[in-house]
Write a protein that binds this ligand. Structure first.
Ligand code: ASP
Length: 334
């Protein structure tokens, strides 16, 4: 009997130490990302950037920095890359501008910061963090957010900095399509035809778990191509596209209006908090509800024990995670 117990104990021990503990998870957007419309070169570039972002965030955690620092380090790399729809490479509004949104939340004390509709802040995630740490507010928009960012000493750029040829051409294609359609036919449940060419949304987000066991989640985006000027998506809305508490952190990507209407990120956390659901079931249910309503997209979530979930209902989602031992995993397709 005693022998049996010892064997059982060894088995349980090995089993649990074999369970991976993740410390950082990130996404680079969900959409029609298929092997058919991907070149080997492009895929390599995405994998390299996602790896670089994961490693940058991981390095912060290893140095003993906070989860907020880790999320920032990962997101800044993606904001600076034209591959993603955040910072440089952001998509265009219907009037040909780049309007950027970002948010951060620190689970320990539920502090949060967000900015929306900015045109000149090079790294919107830094401005969101500045709102969280250095202001009495949670969310700032437009010109006010830009003045605040400048006062905070953040890098301000000419709006042209965000312009990229690829994103501009996508807007032109959508405009041509739009000219043939009746815009009055659009509603919250029907994506206008004029959105359909670009389903590779490309928003970026990260969730980290630091050495003190604290979770932070952040998201940064240019929104959706051809969005109406002044439109704000889910990314900067705490509880919709971004959320963290002491148990779990979430960053979403996809058709933002649905993530706002389902308060997606907070709903996931509430399922864990009030219904004792595990992270994978809670995350899966949130995406299932969005799908049922006609929306699409995905999310990443990381809990206090280092478990992750990355569900999505699109063809692909750029995503990756790193374990506490520094093992990097990247996936793109379903
Ligand atoms: N969720 C973002 C928005 O609606 C877009 C995206 O994730 O690609 O603004």
């Amino acid at each position: 009997m005693q022998k049996l117990c010892i064997v059982l104990l060894i088995f349980i021990n090995t089993f649990f130490s074999a369970q991976k503990k993740y410390v950082l998870v990130l996404h680079g957007g969900a959409g029609t990302i298929t092997r058919e419309n991907m070149t080997a070169e492009k895929e390599k570039a995405y994998r390299a950037k996602l790896t670089e972002a994961l490693k940058a965030g991981y390095a912060e955690i290893m140095k003993g920095k906070s989860s907020v620092d880790a999320v920032a380090a990962a997101i800044i790399i993606m904001e600076d890359s034209p591959l993603f729809n955040a910072g440089k490479g952001a998509v265009f509004t219907s009037d040909g501008k780049n309007e950027l949104d970002a948010a951060i939340m620190f689970g320990k004390d539920k502090s949060a910061g967000a900015i929306a509709g900015v045109h000149t802040v090079k790294n919107p995630i830094k401005a969101a963090i500045a709102v969280m740490k250095n202001s009495e507010h949670v969310m700032m928009i437009g010109e006010g957010a830009e003045i605040f960012a400048r006062e905070q000493g953040l890098e301000i750029v000419n709006p042209d900095y965000f312009w990229t040829k690829d994103r501009w051409e996508i807007l032109q294609k959508l405009k041509q399509k739009e000219a043939l359609k009746n815009p009055l036919k659009t509603s919250q449940n029907h994506l206008p035809e004029s959105y359909e060419v670009d389903q590779k949304f490309g928003t970026v987000g990260a969730v980290a778990l630091d050495k003190d066991g604290n979770i932070a989640a952040g998201t940064s985006t240019g929104g959706m191509t051809n969005k109406k000027f002044g439109r704000i998506g889910d990314a900067p809305i705490i509880g919709a596209g971004t959320y963290a508490n002491t148990q779990v952190g979430i960053s979403a990507t996809g058709w933002g209006e649905f993530f706002i209407r389902t308060t997606a990120a907070r709903t996931l956390a509430a399922k864990m908090e009030y219904q004792n659901k595990d992270i994978k079931s809670a995350a899966g249910e949130v995406i299932a509800e969005i799908e049922k309503m006609g929306g699409d997209g995905g999310l990443i979530a990381l809990d206090k024990d280092g478990n992750i979930a990355m569900p999505f209902n699109t063809a692909g989602m750029y995503r990756g995670a790193v374990t506490e031992n520094g093992h990097v995993e990247i996936e793109i397709y379903k």
